[in-house]
Design a protein around this ligand. Structure first.
Ligand code: ADP
Length: 654
């Protein structure tokens, strides 16, 4: 049944619909409204930024859709304070929203970073403080407004929609005839804030001018202050009804110049920071600012930042980049892979002078200019990082700590960059608490050491006490401790560094017997008496379902046993990750035992006496212990406990 158009005397065309906010929006609003966040003026930055995006989007669409701009071709953002009504209206003639977009955009949160933050955030004012710096977008307006009316008309459409909310629980939408008096809405969005009692300052023209020039000066569309009635209202001349407003002329509050096209020498650090925050939706300060203009075969401007903090969505599976592409100051997309994914932590803008404006987003992937820019800018970013690494260790290690795991993705995704990235990479090792380079690792290799040894895991501290390290420590052989998930992948595909292969210490028989023990005790040969040799066979039979082999270890010194991967299969860390994804090869590990250890010796004689049950308990306990030390839970926790109890009772009671 067709919906009956129910025209009423008020301007509502369709009866209103009531919507609830997505739970996350309610949480965000609650946090914000109850925050003691002092910089609530940032709401204006957020609304202007949205308006500017809307103008950007329209301008992009208009490139291919003739007539979309119509007569209203000058894109502007208007700010109109009304001291009498105590409202502040921010409007734009950008792309606008239809009904479903209004409901979707202003009722939910789409940004994965914000969602992740909200999930982690508590209900306290500390979280509220943080969310304030976070770029909360439209919803920030509820810090200063008790009610908001959004009127929007999508470009090319006739319907005008009204969205209203008091920021508690939900919002209402309805279709209206006109936008309610501030002049007909041809296109775009108008956001009227009914200011809270304590928010009078946002009616002051001077204050509005200050806020706009502080946060939004670089917005490339004019931001106009309109309808400011000067001091009229406050001088008491507003008594008479319908008093003529002495409207001052609209004036532009921002300089409207794209910051990246201005000369570097003129730009203050705060301007860069503010642009960084607004343009990239980041918080904090940029750690590195890279601003230059490339000339030659292709001309383009680059303004990029290395963020000073780790964004919440760095590991979002979409791995979206943070670069906005402009063509001659016209925004094209923030969705194209302008930089490779392993540089996705870089934020900012690239503005090409010579790309065609009407390039579709789909065509960008294969566009030659884009490819040339990608290569040249990647080169520049990498060489800039190298420079910092040389000049300022501390700053560089901060960057590596934040973004190293992302850069390391390039080690397997971009083999042509491997040498560069190896130069940038820093590693934790078994020898010290500091970061090490591969170059230093190689320089410190022991005599007869041919491989670069590594251990993968997810907990650096636990890795440091791993039994697999014992033999290496004993011989003074440094081991890279790789504790980022990405390490499991590059280390498999990287062919080595400086001619030395990467070798896992948990895989196969890492043979370090040619390297002298540092203690000088070179003859620490594992004991291979007949009893112990027999033990490996007996254990192998006992543990058949859980291990592929039992061997006498060359790497254990203090611990009785450890698990390693069979040679040929993936190393233990990788196997664990593959198993989590259901892609594991299903290879059983090898149990290595320390022939010099008292427990092993005892077990060997236990086996000899043939006390089958005790041998079985001890054998399994040895295996489960090796699993636990390796960071896993026992294969069979119930039996593990039973065996343990039997042994304890046997030894105390017996
Ligand atoms: P963000 O801008 O960070 O995506 P917001 O909550 O500020 O988050 O806005 C949500 C969405 O609402 C925007 O992505 C945009 O699609 C839409 N929106 C907000 N303001 C406007 C506007 N003035 N014109 C058109 N669309 C808008």
């Amino acid at each position: 049944m067709a919906k009956k158009k129910n025209k009423t005397e008020t301007e509502v065309k369709d009866p209103g619909e009531v919507h609830a906010f997505q739970a996350e929006v309610s949480k965000l609003l609650h946090l914000m409204v109850h925050s003691v966040y002092t910089e609530r003026e940032i709401f204006l930055r957020e609304l202007i930024s949205n308006a500017s995006d809307a103008c950007d989007k329209l301008r992009y669409l208009a490139i291919t859709e003739d007539g979309l701009l119509g007569e209203d071709s000058e894109l502007v953002i208007r700010i109109r304070p009304d001291a009498q009504a105590r409202t502040l209206t921010i409007s734009d003639n950008g792309v606008g929203m239809d009904h479903s977009e209004l409901v979707e955009n202003l009722g939910t949160i789409a940004k994965s970073g914000t969602l992740a933050f909200l999930e982690a955030a508590g209900d306290d004012s500390a979280s509220a403080q943080q969310i304030g710096q976070f770029g909360v977008g439209f919803y920030a307006a509820f810090m200063v407004a008790s009610r908001i009316e959004v009127t929007s008309r999508k470009a090319g459409q006739d319907d005008i929609w009204l969205w209203t909310s008091d920021g508690i629980g939900g919002f209402e939408t309805s279709r209206i005839e006109s936008d309610g008096g501030d002049g007909a809405l041809n296109r775009g969005t108008s956001i009227k804030l009914f200011l809270k009692k304590d928010a009078d300052e946002f009616l002051e023209p001077a204050e509005l001018a200050r806020i706009v020039s502080t946060y939004s000066d670089h917005v490339i569309f004019p931001v106009m202050l309109e309808g400011a009635t000067g001091k009229g209202g406050e001088d008491g001349k507003d008594g008479a009804e319908g008093a003529e407003e002495e409207e001052s002329e609209a004036r532009q509050l921002n300089s409207g110049q794209a910051i990246w096209s201005r000369p570097k020498a003129e730009i203050k650090e705060e301007e860069y920071s503010e642009f960084f925050r607004q343009n990239s939706g980041q918080f904090g300060e940029p750690d590195v600012t890279l601003h230059y203009r490339a000339e030659g075969r292709h001309e383009y401007s680059v303004l990029l930042f290395v963020p000073g903090m780790k964004p919440f969505d760095l590991y979002d599976p979409a791995r979206k980049g943070g670069i906005k592409l402009y063509v001659r100051r016209v925004f094209i997309t923030d969705d194209a892979e302008i930089l490779p994914p392993y540089l996705r932590f870089m934020k900012g803008v690239i503005d090409s002078e010579d790309m065609p404006l009407n390039i579709s987003r789909e065509m960008l992937q294969n566009n030659q200019i884009v490819q040339a820019i990608r290569k040249a800018v990647s080169n520049r970013v990498i060489s800039e990082l190298k420079k910092i690494a040389e000049k300022d260790q501390e700053q560089y290690l901060g960057i590596w700590d934040r973004f190293g795991p992302v850069l390391k993705e390039g080690l397997y995704e971009a083999p042509e960059r491997r040498d560069d990235l190896f130069e940038l990479a820093r590693f934790r090792t078994s020898k010290s608490d500091d970061w090490t380079t591969l170059k230093d690792y190689v320089a410190n290799m022991r005599e007869n050491q041919t491989d670069i040894y590594f251990l993968t895991g997810d907990d650096l501290e636990r890795m440091r006490s791993s039994p697999q390290l014992e033999g290496f420590r004993d011989r003074g052989v440094e081991v890279l401790l790789l504790c980022d998930p990405v390490d499991n992948f590059w280390v498999q595909s990287a062919a080595g560094f400086d001619g030395k292969p990467f070798t896992s210490i948990t895989q196969g028989e890492a043979d370090i017997s040619n390297i002298a023990s540092e203690g000088g005790d070179d003859n620490k040969k594992p004991e291979t008496n007949a009893e112990i040799a027999g033990l490996t066979d007996k254990l192998k039979k006992l543990l058949e379902e859980a291990v592929s082999d039992v061997q006498i270890s060359k790497r254990l010194v203090e611990s009785p046993a450890c698990l390693v991967a069979p040679s040929g299969g993936p190393d233990l860390g990788l196997e664990k990750i593959l198993n989590m994804r259901g892609e594991g090869a299903g290879l059983l590990p090898v149990l290595e035992i320390n022939g010099s250890h008292e427990i092993i010796k005892a077990l060997a004689s236990e086996g000899a006496e043939g006390a089958a049950e005790k041998f079985e308990d001890l054998g399994w306990l040895l295996f489960e212990q090796a699993r636990i030390i390796g960071g896993d839970s026992p294969r069979d926790p119930v039996k593990f406990a039973e065996r343990m109890n039997r042994i304890v009772l046997g030894s105390t009671g017996g």
